[in-house]
Design a binder for this molecule. Structure first.
Ligand code: NAD
Ligand code: UGA
Length: 305
C-alpha cells in the first residue's frame, strides 16, 4: 500500500506517519510546505527506504501514484490560520480540489481531516454529525471553518459525480507531544506557561468548554475510518468536556502548583461549548478514546516526542 499524507510534518500528521510506518507493507509519502510543520517531527524516518518527504504546497497540483491519501494539510491553530486567511481558504479549497483530482486520476481512497469547527458556535449540545452548524460566514474564523465546510462539499461532490472513495473525519480538539509549544492552542499554551512558571492565560469568560482527545486515540480513529466502509462524516474526539478554568486548574495541579491563573481578553467568535457525540464512531468504527485528560496532560511535559 502506497500512502500519501499531506501535512505529515505537522502535529497529528507526524504521529499518523509513525503508526502507518509500523506496518512493513506500507510505503509512506509526506507532502508538506512546512508552514506549521517541521522536518524534525519526521527525523526518525528520513532516509528510510519505505519513506519519502516532499516539500510541496497542496495549492499546486501533485502528480504521483498512490493507493490512499490522508489529506491533513492545513494550519490548525487559530493564530496560524488567521495569520494569512486567504492562504488558509486556498489551502482548504484549492488544496482539497487538487488532492481529489489526484485521487480521481489514480483511483485512490481519500480521507479529509475536517473539524468540529464546521459546527461553529453550536446551538445543539453535544454535537452529532447530523447537526448542520451555526457558523459566521464572514468572521475572522471563517477562512478555516467555512473553508473546511467547502472541502467537505467538494469531497461529497467528487464522490457522487466521479465515484471517488471518500472518508471525512470531524476532529475535535486534539493534544499531545509535538504540538508547537508557541502555537497558541490552549493545551500547549498552558503547559508552556506552567513549565516557565508564568500565569496560565484563561481567555474570558473561562466557562467556554472543549473536549480534548489524546493524539494516539486520534490516529487510531483516523486509520479505522480509512480502513472501514463508511464515508462519514464521523466525529472523532473525546467526549470528556472541560471549561477552560477547569483545564487550567488541572494543568496547575499536575504540572506546576505554584503558577497563577489569570483572566485575559478573548478573540471574536470563540465557540462557547464543544463536545462530540461519538455514537457513530462507536457503532461504525468500534472506536472510542482510551486516554483520559489527566493521564494525557503529563505526557506533554518537556518532551518533543
Ligand atoms: N489538532 C486539532 O485539534 C485539530 C482539530 C480539528 C481538525 N484538525 C485538522 O487536522 C489536520 C492536522 O492538524 P494539526 O493539529 O496536526 O496541525 P499542524 O499545523 O501541526 O499540521 C498541519 C500541517 O499542514 C502543513 N500545511 C499547511 N498548509 C499547507 C499547504 N498549503 N501545503 C502543504 N502543507 C501545508 C503544515 O506545514 C503542517 O505540517 C488539519 O487539517 C486540521 O485542520 C486538527
Ligand atoms: O477541534 C477543533 O475542531 C478546532 O479546535 C481548535 O480551535 P479552538 O478550540 O478555538 O482552540 P484553542 O485555540 O486551543 O482554544 C480553545 C479554548 O481555549 C481558550 N484559550 C486559548 C488559549 C489560551 O491561552 N487561553 C485560553 O483560555 C480559547 O478562548 C478557547 O475557548 C483548533 O486549533 C482547530 O484547529 C480545530 O479545528
Amino acid at each position: 500500500m502506497r500512502i500519501l499524507v499531506t501535512g505529515g510534518a505537522g502535529f497529528i500528521g507526524s504521529h499518523l506517519v509513525d503508526k502507518l510506518m509500523e506496518n512493513e507493507k506500507n510505503e509512506v509519502i509526506v507532502a508538506d510546505n512546512y508552514f506549521t510543520g517541521s522536518k524534525d517531527n519526521l527525523k526518525k524516518w528520513i532516509g528510510h527506504p519505505r519513506f519519502e518527504l516532499i516539500r510541496h504546497d497542496v495549492t499546486e497540483p501533485l502528480l504521483i501514484e498512490v493507493d490512499q491519501i490522508y489529506h491533513l494539510a492545513c494550519p490548525a491553530s487559530p493564530i496560524f490560520y488567521k495569520y494569512n486567511p486567504v492562504k488558509t481558504i486556498k489551502t482548504n479549497v484549492i488544496g482539497t480540489l487538487n488532492m481529489l483530482g489526484l485521487a480521481k486520476r489514480v483511483g485512490a481512497r481519500i480521507l479529509l481531516t475536517s473539524t468540529s469547527e464546521v459546527y461553529g458556535d453550536p446551538l445543539v449540545h453535544p454535537q452529532p454529525e447530523s447537526y448542520w452548524g451555526n457558523v459566521n460566514p464572514i468572521g475572522v474564523r471563517s477562512c478555516y471553518d467555512e473553508g473546511k465546510r467547502v472541502a467537505e462539499t467538494l469531497m461529497f461532490d467528487y464522490h457522487r459525480q466521479h465515484g471517488i472513495e471518500i472518508r471525512i473525519a470531524r476532529i475535535f480538539n486534539t493534544y499531545g507531544p509535538r504540538m508547537n509549544i508557541d502555537d497558541g492552542r490552549v493545551v500547549s499554551n498552558f503547559i508552556a506557561q506552567a513549565l516557565r512558571g508564568e500565569p496560565l492565560t484563561v481567555q474570558k469568560p473561562g466557562t467556554q468548554t472543549r473536549s480534548f482527545c489524546y493524539v494516539s486515540d486520534m490516529v487510531d480513529g483516523l486509520i479505522r475510518l480509512m480502513e472501514g466502509e463508511n464515508t462519514g462524516p464521523i466525529n472523532i474526539g473525546n467526549p470528556g468536556e472541560f471549561t477552560m478554568i477547569e483545564l487550567a486548574e488541572n494543568v496547575k495541579e499536575l504540572i506546576n502548583p505554584n503558577v497563577e491563573i489569570k483572566m485575559v481578553e478573548n478573540t471574536p467568535d470563540d465557540p462557547r461549548q464543544r463536545k462530540p457525540d461519538i455514537t457513530k464512531a462507536k457503532e461504525l468504527l468500534g472506536w472510542e478514546p482510551k486516554v483520559k485528560l489527566r493521564d494525557g496532560l503529563p505526557l506533554m511535559e518537556g518532551t518533543s516526542d
